[in-house]
Structures are given as C-alpha cells and as structure tokens.
Write a protein that binds this ligand. Structure first.
Ligand SMILES: [Cu+2]
Length: 129
C-alpha cells in the first residue's frame, strides 16, 4: 500500500518520540547513584546508608536555618572524635542553608563515619560495597 505524505510524517514523529523516551530512560539510569540523606535540626534522618563503590551522597538540609558542619569522624560517649578513615573522601562541609551538597565519591569498599561537629550524637555511617 502506498503511504501518503501524512503517514510518513506520523512515522517520523513516532520514531523521534521513541528516541526521546529512550534518552530520558538512559538519563534516569545514569542518576541512580544519587544517595539522598536528609538532615533534620540535630540529626541525620537515617543513621546509616549503604551504597555502591563510586557513589556519592547528596546531603539535604531540611531546615535551612540550621547550620551543620560535616566532617570525618564520630561522636562517641558524647565526645567528638575526628578521624579520616583510610579510603574515605576527606569531608569538611559547612552547611549554612537549605541547598543540596555532594559528599564523595566513595571509591573504596568499607565502613566509614561522618559526623556533625555542631550537634552531639549526629552520626552517619557510610557502608560502601
Ligand atoms: Cu548538625
């Protein structure tokens, strides 16, 4: 059957639409290494996060009025204990507003500790597999 010009036009539009859909899907796959951790007023919303080697953490400060200072280390028995663990990215991040901050990438397997030097007990354990 002979196709009219309009049918060809429809075919081209359909092909372009599919290509667009695929590129959106691929983009979505590429961003699955986004590991979001929210911060409340005095703590992380979760105590740990498990992620793949090469991933980074996206830190979100839910209350932009609250200041957090995130570094390598851990609160232990009420005392801040700074420690840069081998294989961990060096972190010294001052969060003074509600914007998002990237921590990482974590390129080594292991268990790492981040803490907020402002808020006693504000610990985040990062498990990289
Ligand atoms: Cu804090």
């Amino acid at each position: 059957m002979h196709k009219t010009g309009y049918q060809r036009y429809q075919q081209v539009i359909l092909i372009l639409y599919c290509m667009g859909l695929f590129s959106i899907l691929f983009t979505a796959c590429g961003t699955t290494n986004a590991n979001v951790v929210h911060m409340g007023e005095t703590n992380f919303d979760q105590s740990s996060i498990t992620m793949k080697k090469g991933d980074s953490i996206i830190l979100v400060n839910d209350n932009g009025q609250i200041i957090h200072t995130i570094q390598n280390g851990i609160w232990s028995n009420g005392e801040p204990r700074p420690k840069l663990e081998p294989g961990a990215p060096s972190v010294d991040l001052s969060v003074t507003d509600g914007t998002q901050h990237l921590i990482g990438p974590f390129n080594t397997d292991g268990t790492f500790h981040l803490y907020c030097t402002v808020h006693p007990g504000m610990n985040l354990t990062v498990i990289v597999k």
